[in-house]
Design a protein around this ligand. Structure first.
Ligand SMILES: Cc1cc2nc3c(=O)[nH]c(=O)nc-3n(C[C@H](O)[C@H](O)[C@H](O)COP(=O)(O)OP(=O)(O)OC[C@H]3O[C@@H](n4cnc5c(N)ncnc54)[C@H](O)[C@@H]3O)c2cc1C
Length: 386
């Protein structure tokens, strides 16, 4: 991966945004369990940061995904993981399919305002009975005249209570489960939509997560993204950016855990010497940094593959898996060296431990990544039988 002066300029801009606009508010937003998405997204939009890899015709910068990866990497420095997650939902989870497959009218109505930061988007795939098993979702959008009438429930939806629209995956026919789904844009002020209270989470507490209920929700069929029945395929493509984004964001977040721990262990003394002077501790931190570099290499390789127009499914799944594993191992290993202070809610390592735990679960759990990688390696039993 060769970075240009433009990449470095972008890196500085994003880091400055995180330092000046996010981190000073992190404590407050964590306590409040929400951050002002419209206000923050509007600032990001003015800097062009919500449309880095989106088409210029809709207000984006039209850059390749390596720039988006740099954006995600620097967002990893956010002291409130929930804010970085919410931004990622806007740029890499709820809008990639819209940018790629929607009609110009739909892009004008929903993509352009999301890039400007005037509208907040959310992505609604998971349901109470279908998270990993996306094909098994039960929400239906049935045709009625020129409309769809939607009924069902979506679960754990990030940005839900602040979103202006939902990118919804729903069944639109009785065809096979991989061919019967469509992605539909649903404005959140449509009659029949209600939300649960904010869900009480282990981490990512600054982001609002809620259930969404659809009761005879009527939207025009022209709000469908792309062809009917292609929703599952489009969502699988959309997942590639989500997974690359998640893996990229983990790099600097993990490094921050290591650096915070080095600082803490230099200050904290036991048995007459700083903790860091214990060989077990500085060797363990050296191992962790080595692991982060291996994640970085994998993410860069996946990104290069993606911008060269090749299928990135295997590498993106590997990067997401590696990130998921390290997001459990490194914050946990670091927290150990903080002792009792690490167990306290107010310590930075405690928040990182709680926030980063999501990486191995959201957007496809580690085991789902292993399934995809195995399938592409030709070792998945079901695949052989087929
Ligand atoms: C904070 C948060 C924010 C989220 N935001 C969103 C959002 O914005 N939009 C959205 O659509 N969803 C969102 N989700 C949902 C998330 O994507 C799902 O939780 C995730 O996909 C896992 O689904 P599940 O929770 O139903 O787990 P399940 O599918 O019930 O699986 C439970 C566990 O079983 C294991 N498992 C599952 N299948 C297999 C298998 N085949 N082989 C071996 N092991 C397996 C895995 O360890 C998995 O973690 C969010 C979740 C959280 C916690």
């Amino acid at each position: 991966m060769k970075f240009t002066a433009e990449h470095e300029e972008l890196r500085r801009t994003v880091k400055a945004f995180v330092d000046n606009e996010i981190n000073p508010n992190a404590e407050t937003w964590e306590k409040e369990g929400i951050f002002p998405a419209h206000e923050l997204f509007s600032k990001l939009g003015k800097l062009g940061l919500l449309g880095i890899a989106k088409p210029e015709a809709w207000g984006g910068m039209g850059l390749d995904y390596s720039y988006q990866m740099v954006f995600a990497e620097e967002l990893g420095l956010s002291r409130a993981g929930g804010v970085a997650l919410a931004i990622g939902v806007q740029t890499d989870m709820a809008t990639p399919a819209l940018a790629r497959f929607a009609t110009d009218d739909l892009k004008e109505e929903f993509l352009a305002p999301a890039i400007r930061g005037e509208q907040v988007a959310c992505i609604a795939v998971s349901e109470p009975g279908a998270g990993s098993d996306v094909a098994g979702l039960k929400t239906w959008a049935r045709k009625d005249g020129d409309d769809y009438v939607i009924n069902g429930t979506k679960m754990w939806i990030t940005n839900a209570t602040q979103a202006d629209y939902i990118c919804l995956l729903a069944n639109t026919s009785d065809d096979k489960v991989h061919k019967n789904k469509s992605l539909i844009i649903v404005p959140t002020n449509t009659p029949g939509i209600t939300f649960s209270d904010k869900l009480n989470k282990l981490g990512m507490r600054s982001s609002d997560t809620a259930q969404i209920f659809f009761d005879d929700v009527r939207v025009p069929q022209r709000y469908r993204i792309g062809a009917e029945g292609m929703g599952f395929m489009m969502q699988m493509l959309q997942f590639q950016e989500e997974r690359l984004f998640g893996a990229s964001m983990a790099i600097k977040g993990l490094e921050m855990c290591i650096n915070d721990t080095i600082e803490y262990c230099r200050e904290r003394r036991t048995f007459g010497q700083p903790l860091i002077d214990n060989q077990y501790i500085h060797f363990r931190l050296a191992e962790m940094q080595t692991e982060v570099e291996s994640l970085r290499a994998l993410v860069y390789q996946a990104t290069e593959t993606y911008i060269n127009g090749k299928d990135v499914t295997q590498l993106a799944s590997m990067a997401k898996l590696k990130a998921g594993r390290l997001c459990r191992e490194i914050p946990d290993g670091c927290l150990q060296f903080w002792g009792g202070m690490g167990y306290m809610f107010e310590s930075q390592i405690n928040r990182a431990y709680r926030d980063m735990r999501l990486t191995a679960i959201g957007g496809g759990a580690d085991e789902i990544m292993l399934g995809i990688i195995s399938k592409l390696m030709g070792t998945l039993p079901g695949k052989k039988k087929g």
